[in-house]
Design a protein around this ligand. Structure first.
Ligand code: SAH
Length: 236
């Protein structure tokens, strides 16, 4: 069997939300690359590592690569460039490689840098889909994320109040990813749209999971990196 490079989507955090196909790929891989971040305390943390090891996969085959969590994207791009070169070399040496990504590997995942690098080297990569965090969030809150003719708009955290206002006035359901980047905009919209439901989520699928739709709780909250919102007009 030819050696492969496969992106494996891990799901949002609860290890049992990986697919059977993704799990099989992790079991068969010789090397699994997993992103990690260095916390302010200096401690290295990797949600991907935690998910993979709790699935009973041998930790000895996991290689962590540090992705700086800075607003300066160049630092993250450099980190991905470096790990892409390592992955390329390991592929040439004949190893079967899995590159893990949280949620779905094709949805706001910085693993796309690796895909682009390997494409330039004419290496085919496979991708195994997974459950994105906003889908798991919808299930946690028993939401029907979009129904009938309703449009769903998924936006990253770089969002102005005017843009969000337009979407809500048009009656669209909105998923805000990377909510920490637009905390002030969300808080202003909560005051402007008192009839709209703001469902706020942190760390879905993890022991630190948090969900509320209580606006005063959201207003008092400092949004961490792993937070998102589903905003909907639920009045019938
Ligand atoms: N590929 C991922 C998205 C990565 S972008 C996916 O498919 O879901 C990173 C953003 O995803 C975070 O800023 C946060 O908004 C969201 N996110 C990822 N995992 C999350 C979780 N477990 N709980 C809440 N938000 C999460």
């Amino acid at each position: 069997m030819a050696n492969t490079v496969t992106f494996v989507s891990l799901g949002p955090g609860d290890p049992s939300l990986i697919t059977l196909k993704g799990l099989k790929q992790l079991q068969e891989a010789d090397i699994i690359y997993a992103p990690s971040t260095q916390l302010k305390s200096g401690k290295v943390s990797s949600r991907a590592y935690d998910i993979i090891t709790s699935l009973g996969i041998d930790s000895a085959k996991i290689k962590l690569f540090n992705v700086p969590m800075s607003k300066n994207r160049d630092l993250a791009v450099n980190a991905y460039q470096e790990v892409s070169e390592l992955i390329y070399q390991a592929h040439l040496e004949g190893y079967q490689i899995a590159i893990s990504a949280e949620g779905d590997a094709g949805f706001y995942s910085s693993s796309h840098y690796v895909t682009e690098y390997l494409k330039l080297k004419n290496i085919e990569v496979d991708k195994i889909p997974g459950i994105p965090a906003f889908i798991a969030s919808g299930a946690l809150a028993h939401l029907h994320i979009a129904k009938q003719e309703e449009e769903l708009h998924v936006v990253p955290g770089i969002l102005s109040l005017a843009e969000l206002t337009d979407k809500l006035n048009a009656g669209h359901a909105v998923v805000v990813m990377k909510a920490s980047q637009c905390e002030e905009v969300i808080k202003a919209a909560i005051k402007e749209f008192p009839e709209t439901s703001f469902h706020y989520f942190e760390n879905v699928g993890l022991p630190t999971e948090f969900y509320t739709q209580d606006t005063s709780t959201i207003l008092a909250r400092s949004f961490p990196y792993f937070s998102l919102l589903i905003i909907k007009n639920e009045a019938e």
